[in-house]
Design a protein around this ligand. Structure first.
Ligand code: NDP
Ligand code: MG
Ligand code: MG
Length: 341
């Protein structure tokens, strides 16, 4: 088994002795900034002028500065803007504010792995990547728990970059859950593969096809929604608690037998070959370049695909059904964000 680091392996006083700038205040940024602050760390937030996030950060009592002012004040700079704008933010507002001995931190290795950001040799470059969405990272911290983190060191100019990354991970609750050391290459490539092949891409397509097959066969969309989307969470919770084995133990024998005989008919070895092709595009940089080129042109492909996804009939069915679910909270940043779009 690989080494895991816990609270006792990390010294909180290291990050408490530094001056931290969190650049961006979105999903990850708000979680890091608030939990660092609650852990006694001197933190400021860097945002661009007119940022929609500014009011949120200020209402939490955080100091908000321009990105360059925050970077100039800080000696640990954590970049938590969207991946596709990091290189530009770095070039225009961070690079000239880096001093020897500073540390440049990331929540995902994308821009370092693919060379879109190339920091000078005299700064530490490290990664603290929570393995969960930012809102869960913050919720777990507030509950006295944490979400596991990956840490990695790309440049160890100070000789103490790993200790600093572990200390930072402790301040956001990561060492409560467990921290694993990796490399920027491994974190980036596995993160992209996981979200594309299984978690986001694979699961979304599987659910959409399941919904289409049932509704095209004449079954009610509401029933189809329950069977292929809503119950997915219950199944995944069991997998997280006890692996695929616990899920199979908990469902009926009928469902378990159907899993064995029909799963491999749906997800055939061709799917595995397709996954390998996706991985190859991640490893050779094809995916990263396609994403960044589209973004540089105003993201026409991305916006078109987003619109197509939102137009899938499962979304309209789900919106109506969820209004009837008293147990699902829908007034959140997501609802606000979609309304503003
Ligand atoms: P979000 O899109 O949620 O938030 C981005 C933040 O950056 C917003 O506050 C936005 O402000 C701000 N921002 C956008 N452009 C600029 C700019 N030019 N200058 C300054 N600030 C800017 O990002 P995420 O939290 O999803 O992602 C941040 C990083 O964390 C990425 O590297 C991602 O891969 C990584 N990560 C994300 C996870 C997640 O849970 N989402 C999980 C693990 C890692 P505004 O309000 O103005 O748009
Ligand atoms: Mg990711
Ligand atoms: Mg059933």
């Amino acid at each position: 088994m690989t080494d895991m680091y816990y609270d006792d392996d990390a010294d909180l006083s290291i990050i408490q002795g530094r001056t931290v700038a969190i650049i961006g205040y979105g999903s990850q940024g708000h979680a890091h900034a608030l939990s660092l602050r609650d852990s006694g760390v001197d933190v400021r937030v860097g945002l661009k002028d007119g940022s929609a996030s500014r009011a949120k950060a200020e209402s939490e009592g955080l100091r908000v500065l321009s990105v360059s002012a925050a970077a100039a004040e800080a000696d640990v700079i954590m970049i938590l803007t969207p991946d596709q704008v990091q290189a530009e933010v770095y070039k225009n507002e961070i690079a000239q504010n880096l001093q020897a001995g500073d540390a440049l931190f990331f929540g995902h290795g994308f821009n370092i792995r693919y060379g879109f950001i190339q920091p000078p040799a005299d700064v530490d470059v490290a990664l603290v990547a929570p393995k969960g969405p930012g809102h869960i990272v913050r919720r777990e911290f507030e509950a006295g728990r944490g979400v596991p983190d990956l840490i990695a060191v790309e440049q160890n100019a100070s000789g103490k970059a790993k200790e600093l990354a572990l200390s930072y991970a402790k301040a956001i609750g990561g060492t409560r859950a467990g921290v694993i050391e990796t490399t920027f290459k491994e974190e980036t490539e596995t993160d992209l593969f996981g979200e594309q092949a299984v978690l986001c891409g694979g699961a979304s397509q599987l659910v959409q096809y399941g919904f289409e097959v049932l509704t095209e066969a004449g079954y009610k969309p509401e029933i189809a929604y329950f069977e292929v989307l809503h119950e997915l969470k219950l199944i995944v919770d069991l997998m997280v608690e006890g692996g695929i084995a616990k899920q199979r133990w908990s469902v009926s024998d009928t469902a378990e037998y159907g899993d064995y005989v029909s799963g491999p008919r749906v997800i055939t070895p061709v799917v595995k070959e397709n996954m390998k092709a996706v991985l190859a595009d991640i490893q050779d940089g094809t995916f990263a370049q396609r994403f960044m080129d589209d973004q540089a042109n105003g993201a026409p492909e991305f916006l078109e695909l987003r619109r197509k996804g939102e137009d899938h009939p499962i979304e309209a069915t789900g919106r109506e059904l969820r209004k009837l679910f008293s147990w699902i909270k829908s007034e959140d940043d997501y609802t606000e964000g979609v309304a503003a779009r």
